[in-house]
Write a protein that binds this ligand. Structure first.
Ligand code: ATP
Ligand code: MG
Length: 301
């Protein structure tokens, strides 16, 4: 079954990334709401065709921790792919001043299970673990998107990367091995940074006073790893983060190790006691309050 632009009614913008816009779309034949991601790339037709073919693997990526994939196509110099629409958007919009630890434990559990699924079932390394690629729906489900399925696409994106916050592991920053040198260990580093950001409400290197990219890169490569504030978090959570952010990639845990870590074992046991839906609804309401302009006193009368 092939999805094409003609079948889609384009609705509002859900967000913008470095490579293009994500729209909410309505798939007319099935009446399903979807998110359509655009990746603008200056590539020849052969390369675009290759990317579309490689993205097809996503049809097999069915897991409760991975955003569903519906199909991909290209128009002129852009790749488009449609995926599950996640009502409450990405984690960066929901963490506010910081997510309470019980909820954070459930989010981390979902993310690690998603990453393990990608690795074990599809032999895929995510390559872009960060809060904007962790999505939440109104039931409180947490799912991963934007992982590196296509070698051709990974290569094109690696050439044009211009991130302003780097979740990249220290060993990746000056690496000359290209996209092929990427390992699971580098994703585990990005996971550690992502959890600190979700816990504190701020990108850890920015919170540490490194305001520009060059200072941040220097701190990532040469500085001590960030950590969770010990006065606000359990020792199990702090230890989990310290292990993810080991500067030596060989000493970072793999997903099996992470799932056996006391913090996630405890989170798995407590799953029934944490109301993720309630958290998601509340966090989304606060996000709307922060971003939607309130009516001015004059217009309210
Ligand atoms: P970058 O381009 O640096 O990777 P990004 O991940 O924010 O950043 P996009 O992947 O283009 O860029 O996504 C833009 C925004 O669209 C995201 O931040 C997210 O809030 C929103 N978004 C993406 N996919 C979905 C989806 N399936 N459902 C709902 N919102 C989405
Ligand atoms: Mg993204």
């Amino acid at each position: 079954y092939k999805i094409s632009m003609e079948q889609l009614k384009v609705m509002e913008v859900l967000g913008r990334g470095q490579y293009g816009v994500v729209h909410k779309v309505f798939h007319k034949p099935t009446h399903v709401m979807m998110a359509l991601k655009e990746i603008r790339l200056e590539l020849n037709k052969r390369a675009l065709q290759q990317i579309i073919m490689e993205l097809d693997v996503l049809h097999k990526a069915r897991s409760p921790y991975i955003v569903d994939f519906y199909g991909a196509f290209f128009i002129e110099s852009g790749v488009y792919y449609s995926m599950e629409y996640m009502d409450f958007g990405s984690l960066d919009r929901l963490y506010g001043t910081g997510i309470p630890e019980p909820v954070l434990g459930q989010i981390t559990l979902s993310v690690v299970r998603g990453l393990r699924f990608l690795k074990d079932e599809l032999n895929i390394i995510h390559r872009d673990v960060k809060p904007t690629n962790i999505l939440v729906n109104k039931k409180g489900d947490v799912k991963l998107c934007d992982f590196g399925v296509s070698g051709e696409l990974n290569q094109s994106l690696a050439k044009t990367h211009v991130g302003c916050q780097s979740y990249m592991a220290p060993e990746r920053i000056f690496s000359t091995s290209g996209p092929d040198g990427y390992t699971i260990q580098s994703d585990v580093w990005s996971l550690g940074l992502t959890i600190i950001e979700a816990a504190t409400g701020r990108f850890p290197y920015e919170a540490a006073g490194f305001t520009n990219v060059f200072d941040q890169i220097n701190a990532i490569v040469n500085g001590a790893s960030p950590s969770l504030p010990e006065d606000r978090h359990s020792s199990a959570a702090c230890d989990f983060i310290d292990k993810c952010l080991n500067k030596d990639p060989a000493r970072r845990p793999n997903y099996h190790d992470l799932l056996a870590h006391p913090w996630l074992v405890e989170a798995a046991a407590a799953a029934d006691t944490v109301d993720m839906e309630e958290w998601a609804v509340g966090a989304h309401a606060l996000f709307l309050e922060r971003t939607q302009p309130q009516p001015s006193p004059a217009s309210r009368q």
